[in-house]
Design a protein around this ligand. Sequence first.
Ligand SMILES: *[C@@H]1O[C@H](CO)[C@@H](O)[C@H](O)[C@H]1NC(C)=O
Ligand SMILES: *[C@@H]1O[C@H](CO)[C@@H](O)[C@H](O)[C@H]1NC(C)=O
Ligand SMILES: *[C@@H]1O[C@H](CO)[C@@H](O)[C@H](O)[C@H]1NC(C)=O
Length: 356
Amino acid sequence: MSQFLHQRPLQNPFFSDPYPISPRTSASFQRPMFLLNRTTLLLLLSLLVILGVILPWLGAPQFLFPNTPSSLAKWRDYTLPQAASFVAKNGTVIVCAVSQPYLPFLNNWLISITRQKHQDKVLVIAEDYATLYTVNQKWPGHAVLVPPAPDSPTAHKFGSQGFFNFTSRRPRHLLHILELGYNVMYNDVDMVWLKDPFPYVNGNHDVYFTDDMTAVKPLDHSHDLPPPGKKGRPYICSCMIYMRPTAGAKLVMKKWIEELQAEPWSRAKKANDQPGFNWALMKTAGQADLYLLPQAAFPTGGLYFKNKTWVKETKGMHAIIHNNYIIGFEKKIKRFHDFGLWLVDDHAEESPLGRL
Ligand SMILES: *[C@@H]1O[C@H](CO)[C@@H](O)[C@H](O)[C@H]1NC(C)=O
Ligand SMILES: *[C@@H]1O[C@H](CO)[C@@H](O)[C@H](O)[C@H]1NC(C)=O
Ligand SMILES: *[C@@H]1O[C@H](CO)[C@@H](O)[C@H](O)[C@H]1NC(C)=O
């Protein structure tokens, strides 16, 4: 069962950052270090304290990215309503939330979406300024940062409004997009589209989602919310959610935000908003029209990457593959690679971001 703790390691704070934000900066600090006397060292330390403590409060990311031309700095003031209206097509927005270490996964996911001709609708919710600038520099208008950036000091003080805002960021963003009147397709970026998923979100349901259980289901399985498992709740994945801007969908998002607020905080839980989503689905099942998507089209990684027989049996039916049930950045890349789903090395030119 412990694997359930690790289904959504995307925001895992324990990863060491494989793509440090500013390797140039640390290199240029190293050489003069040997020549410092005590006073300059003190000055330097105070400067670092100011950089680390004061600036995030002032929201002065431009200062931290000295090479950012003002043409990029303008994205600081780009709002979610502006961004959603810019990318939406046919009233629909495809959303992900990404921090800098996951840019390669973002690019991989984008290539697969471009192949299905839906890339124009993609909105990247940047979780840091580096991501905001990188994406908008290459693909203007497709990234937005909803302040405060989660690494600001307010986000870490337990019980504070800033902390609450942090834990509930994802459902809050989704709720906001629904309130603006758009259909929203949310994806984690450790996913790859093999087919167009939109034909599957037909009918007039409020919320569409996928099961994270690995047990094989019959092709004609029920589309109802599955019954609760051993933990008293179902194991629906918060990795892929499609919603219409209905009262039912908004209710589910509000309940999810409430559930995350009620959950006692821990470093481990902070990385995982899935239980809260499941409690929210259970508690709103009578008031919202919920729809479980077909397993053959939206299998959990615990099934797709582990059961060759099943993959063969369901050949041609897979729409979105999720690289979960595995821990670690490098392992995820290797597994995508082994299954021919790591597209960024050979097909980067297909991404609207190009090679990163
Ligand atoms: C918008 O919807 C129409 C009708 O369903 C469809 O033909 C068209 O391709 C859609 N446009 C986009 C950009 O998805
Ligand atoms: C928390 O979020 C609310 C609503 O989005 C916002 O008004 C408030 O300023 C935020 N507070 C902090 C401390 O981040
Ligand atoms: C793998 O898939 C086959 C075919 O669907 C199924 O019969 C079998 O039970 C699955 N194995 C596991 C371990 O789930």
